[in-house]
Write a protein that binds this ligand. Structure first.
Ligand code: UD1
Length: 361
């Protein structure tokens, strides 16, 4: 069987890495890696390939940044040409980024089977571009690999036949489990005993200067009592620059370049609390048992709240300092690691793909 894996943006890389190697271990499938180029900076892309030991992409579509329609359309045009040339039997797409939905739409019109890794997640908030990407991709996919049981329930409610759905667990946690022993704080933060780790990049938080200013103001308040480390995503960096924000003058407030996987994981596993609007970090903190404050109205990963260490604060940014203090002073909150977040999700995916191949030949 000839398989194409499509990756494009930072969170795709940690998901594709373990699936690639699990398939390699138990099959002789011809695996091809396509990078759409949605993320192209060294720190948003190249470093992950090195650290996660993902093979160099066989093809890079070099799409880059643009508006949603233009970016999605550009990926579709180039990916269609490639698919027509390579004629794969199956295309694996990951997560919920524009590259995911673009590749799925191309394949569905060419009648090529699609497998969606991280299927079924729903925030029920159609203002999020990712929610649109999830809904469309799942409608088009032939094999849907879910990370949690709520994913199965959502898909069934949307009319997806049970036979297409496979509850396999969380592939992002596979990568975390494998690399946790190698992850350490970057040298410049080695001596920090207690600190808060922050990531923010959602348009709903960073594209509105008022929201961005309020978040930064609250983070700066915290940094007066505990150091804050904030690796800044390119979108956020651009918005900070465009908004002429001049409120960051505390030496304990570390606004730094985006980090690679191992440095970030090293900081996360030792953090007093994490503040984020990322999807994956809600999951990783739940696995690690680190308190997580999510600056979003909703989450497509509800198990991180019901079982894990996550709490949502929406746009109530003013709550951040108190919540951070509570998290630091309180004893460790009890939590459970969600079912099948055990480092073996990719092996389950590889097994399903092998069975799928045996059925069709
Ligand atoms: C994308 C995903 C989001 C994911 C995030 C992780 C979509 C709709 N969004 O958001 O779900 O959580 O990746 O990072 O697919 N930029 C650079 N260098 C890069 C990439 C981006 O400078 O390598 C800047 C550009 O100014 C660009 C902006 O970041 O316009 C946004 O990039 P884009 O890929 O459109 O979306 P993200 O915000 O990264």
């Amino acid at each position: 069987m000839k398989l194409i894996h499509v990756v494009g943006a930072r969170p795709n890389f940690m998901k594709a890495a373990p699936v690639w190697s699990a398939i390699n271990k138990i099959t002789d499938f011809n695996q091809i890696l396509v990078h759409t180029g949605q993320h192209y900076d060294k720190l948003m892309s190249d470093i992950f390939f090195k650290e996660l030991q993902i093979p160099v992409p066989d093809y890079n579509l070099n799409i880059g940044s643009d508006s949603h329609a233009r970016q999605t359309a550009a990926i579709m045009i180039k990916f269609e040409e490639l698919v027509n040339e390579l004629k794969p039997d199956l295309v694996l797409v990951y997560g919920d980024v524009n590259s995911t939905v673009a590749a799925a739409m191309v394949c569905s019109k060419l009648s090529i089977s699609i497998a969606h890794v991280e299927a079924g997640l729903r925030s029920f908030d159609r203002k999020m571009p990712e929610e649109i990407n999830r809904l469309i991709t799942d409608q088009l996919a032939d094999l849907l690999f879910t990370p949690s049981k709520d994913g199965d329930d959502n898909l069934i409610k949307e009319g997806i036949p049970k036979s297409k759905i496979h509850f396999v667990g969380n592939v992002m946690i596979d990568t975390l489990v494998r690399l946790l022993p190698k992850a350490d704080k970057p040298n410049r933060f080695k001596d920090l005993k207690q600190y808060i780790l922050v990531t923010l990049h959602r348009p709903s938080n960073v594209d509105d200067p008022k929201s961005l200013k309020s978040i930064l103001h609250n983070l700066e308040t915290i940094s007066k009592s505990i150091p804050v480390i904030f690796p800044v995503h390119p979108r956020t960096k651009k918005m900070i620059a465009e908004s002429n924000l001049d409120i960051i003058n505390n030496v304990n407030f570390h606004l730094i370049e985006p980090l690679g996987y191992l440095d970030f994981l090293g900081l996360m596993k030792n953090a007093a609390t994490v503040i984020t609007d990322s999807g994956g970090i809600q999951e990783e903190t739940t696995y690690l048992g680190i308190p997580c404050i999510t600056v979003r109205e909703n989450t497509e990963r509800p198990v991180t709240v019901s079982l894990g260490t996550n709490q949502l604060i929406g746009k109530d940014y003013y709550k951040i300092p108190d919540l951070v203090n509570n998290a630091i002073n309180r004893k460790k909150r009890s939590y459970t690691i969600p079912p099948l977040w055990d480092g073996k999700a990719s092996e389950r995916i590889a097994t399903v793909l092998l069975q799928h191949n045996n059925k069709i030949i």
